[in-house]
Design a protein around this ligand. Sequence first.
Ligand SMILES: NC(=O)C1=CN([C@@H]2O[C@H](COP(=O)(O)OP(=O)(O)OC[C@H]3O[C@@H](n4cnc5c(N)ncnc54)[C@H](OP(=O)(O)O)[C@@H]3O)[C@@H](O)[C@H]2O)[C@@H](O)CC1
Ligand SMILES: Nc1ncnc2c1ncn2[C@@H]1O[C@H](COP(=O)(O)OP(=O)(O)O)[C@@H](O)[C@H]1O
Ligand SMILES: [K+]
Length: 469
Amino acid sequence: MIRRVPEGAPIVNAAQMRAAEEALFATGMSQDTLMERAGAAVAEQVSRLAGGRPVLVLAGPGNNGGDGYVVARLLAARSVPVSVARFGQPKAGAAARMAAQWDGPVCDLIAAQPHPVVVDALLGIGIPRPFDDGIAAKLSAIMAAAALRIAIDLPSGRHADTGDGSGRADVTIALGALKPAHVLGEGGAACGHILLADIAVPVPTDVLTIAAPVLPKWRYDVNKFSRGMIAVVSGAMPGAGWLAGRAALAAGAGYVQLVGTAPAEGAPHALVRRTITRATDLEAVLDDDRIGAVVIGPGLGRDEDAHTLLDIALASPHDLVIDGDALTLLGRSVAERIGADRRRVCLTPHAGEFARMFDSAGDKLTATRAAAQASGATIVHKGPDTVIAYPDGRLIVSTGTNPGLSTAGSGDLLAGIIGARMAAGDGGSDPVAAGVWLHARAANHMDAVFAVDALPDRITQEVNACPTR
Ligand SMILES: NC(=O)C1=CN([C@@H]2O[C@H](COP(=O)(O)OP(=O)(O)OC[C@H]3O[C@@H](n4cnc5c(N)ncnc54)[C@H](OP(=O)(O)O)[C@@H]3O)[C@@H](O)[C@H]2O)[C@@H](O)CC1
Ligand SMILES: Nc1ncnc2c1ncn2[C@@H]1O[C@H](COP(=O)(O)OP(=O)(O)O)[C@@H](O)[C@H]1O
Ligand SMILES: [K+]
């Protein structure tokens, strides 16, 4: 499923969210005001999505439940048919005050009747404990009978920081910021479409969801080199290099050289083949200061030639995109091999390649950030939840993309796109994130099953639709 995820939205963990909330309370804002604000933002969305169908609000014992009582009150004020199923007594404070203001129909969760629209306000960012068997069975019956399940902040039962647990929703309305659970792994998928309710709580912005890029504007005297000249190193499986080169052209590069002892033949003829006799001849090809980026790894193989080609690419002064087999060849020595010089290096590992290079302790955000800081490279840690980590600690997450990308060769395209955007020069937004966005966006416009060879034409359409500056 392609999930709707807000662009450029902050992602914070539960502790950061609580700290942000406390900082706001310290300025004099009351908990009730914030809860009313959250409830109003959610009620607005629920009323739109419910389209007049009866709504059942499941209200838990904590502040998530408090939000639920506000939502029920505001829906009733809009004449939406709504009732509340209560789970546990609301805790003292804002949650109890909001519960006391609900004067509509209410029953215990265990006695609730099925409704077409269910608002899940049982548990939020508090640490969830498993429900006891009776409640769990009742909950799954209520959820199974609903046509639309909307979770407030999180599907109840999911841990905010890890996504572990068992709740599910069709739509999740995140309050104030997304949490790791909304974007990572199985938990992310379980949240369905994500909406962000802006409740005006200032939060850290060093971790964001991916956003549409701005591409650098061409000067009047733009030429094929200034648009971005890239060299794609072709190896044992020349088709993979071809895909990277083809995607680089599609993503706007002005000049793409496919270099190898046997680069793939065939269209497009704009892909310039540079056939070299020996792997060591790559050195002469890369001795060209018009080259803006070198892409190495797709289909490189792991033989002696592959080692030679990688050594030469690493010794060149060019910006690098390192993918596939080249990542495996680097392995644990990646940091010392790529060095800490001025050029930009982007590594694009999938989970297996990442584990061969880095210690994967912690969740994907933590592990990828640590890897970027240790290596000095920008890392695109691919998968259904692609995490881009920069050496300065910032993270960007791309998720909710067409799972049809899970086909051999789609990563080769991504390496080529990133190479093209890196070579296109400065002036736009970050080229690595731009590349990841273009790849995902193009895939989102394809059917579930598509041939990767067909994606480049769509990538060009996405490039042409991007604003420039
Ligand atoms: N941060 C913000 O800016 C804003 C936050 N807001 C809202 O606050 C929410 C966080 O509220 P919260 O801290 O009260 O946590 P929440 O998850 O509602 O409840 C935890 C309670 O559930 C209980 N419990 C757990 N599992 C259980 C089980 N199986 N069976 C029974 N009980 C169980 C648990 O009990 P305990 O484990 O502690 O015994 C605890 O009492 C947040 O998600 C958002 O919706 C907005 O109002 C405004 C802006
Ligand atoms: N389930 C999925 N949903 C969305 N995107 C996916 C999924 N699985 C893989 N991808 C994306 O598809 C691409 C696969 O790259 P990779 O594993 O390197 O494949 P290959 O090397 O065969 O080209 C990556 O961009 C990855 O993020
Ligand atoms: K919830």
